[in-house]
Design a protein around this ligand. Structure first.
Ligand SMILES: C[S@@+](CC[C@H](N)C(=O)[O-])C[C@H]1O[C@@H](n2cnc3c(N)ncnc32)[C@H](O)[C@@H]1O
Length: 204
């Protein structure tokens, strides 16, 4: 099954609050995004945002230039539904991130549990190329992935676990770490998953 069909199937067969990565509130992501007191005009993209409420929470916090990208149309339709009448204030992109051509640059790139699905090095190279073509110098990269020793699969797919060393090797030398945090996520069926969150600034 190709990637897109996998994700469409996943969202077609489960309610958005039953998937293992469901969070009632994206508390740590919000904290890390709002930390730098960005202007409400900042351009923010949630890569593989799925049905997460992060877009809604950022919109409620006053951010005006939000993009939510996901490979799954069904996931995006859940996120749109949550935004209701405000959905048309957001840019929605149904695309594989490794194929994305950004229509404008971003000040913040957020990715929770998407990069870690790229098990092929060519896909990771493409992702980093898209990131480098899309994120402003001086912009922030917030990336959350399963930690070393954490789960080896997510949604039935193999993943790559990351710590600072392995992630930095993938990113190359344009990014400086500002902060690393860990989070023990509890899935809807009660399993604990160890995530690492990394906040970088793009320096060149
Ligand atoms: C584990 S979920 C995380 C969703 C969301 N970031 C969150 O934290 O709730 C991974 C999401 O990434 C999307 N996805 C997976 N591979 C992708 C790709 N190559 N390009 C874009 N989206 C992708 C899936 O459809 C899914 O919504």
């Amino acid at each position: 099954m190709d990637k897109k069909s996998h994700w469409e199937n996943m969202y077609a067969n489960r309610s958005p609050d039953a998937v293992s990565w469901f969070q009632l509130e994206p508390t740590l992501s919000l904290e890390l995004i709002t930390k730098e007191e960005l202007s409400t005009e900042a351009t923010i993209i949630d890569v593989g945002g799925g049905a997460s409420s992060l877009g809604l929470r950022l919109f409620d916090a006053g951010y005006k230039n939000l993009t939510i990208l996901d490979i799954s149309a069904i996931a995006l339709s859940h996120a749109k539904e949550a935004l209701g009448e405000f959905a048309d204030k957001i840019e929605w992109v149904e695309e594989d991130i490794t194929q994305f051509a950004a229509p404008h640059p971003y000040d913040v790139w957020h990715d929770r549990a998407v990069f870690h699905f790229l098990t092929e090095s060519e896909d990771r190279t493409k992702y980093i190329e898209v990131l480098n073509n899309s994120l402003n110098i001086g912009g922030y990269l917030l990336l959350a992935a399963f930690a070393i020793g954490g789960p080896e699969k997510c949604s039935g797919l193999d993943i790559v676990q990351y710590d600072l060393d392995t992630l930095t090797r993938e990113l190359g030398n344009g990014y400086r770490l500002l902060e690393q945090r860990s989070e023990l996520h509890t899935t809807p069926d009660g399993k604990e998953q160890h995530f690492n969150y990394f906040r970088f600034i793009r320096e060149h």
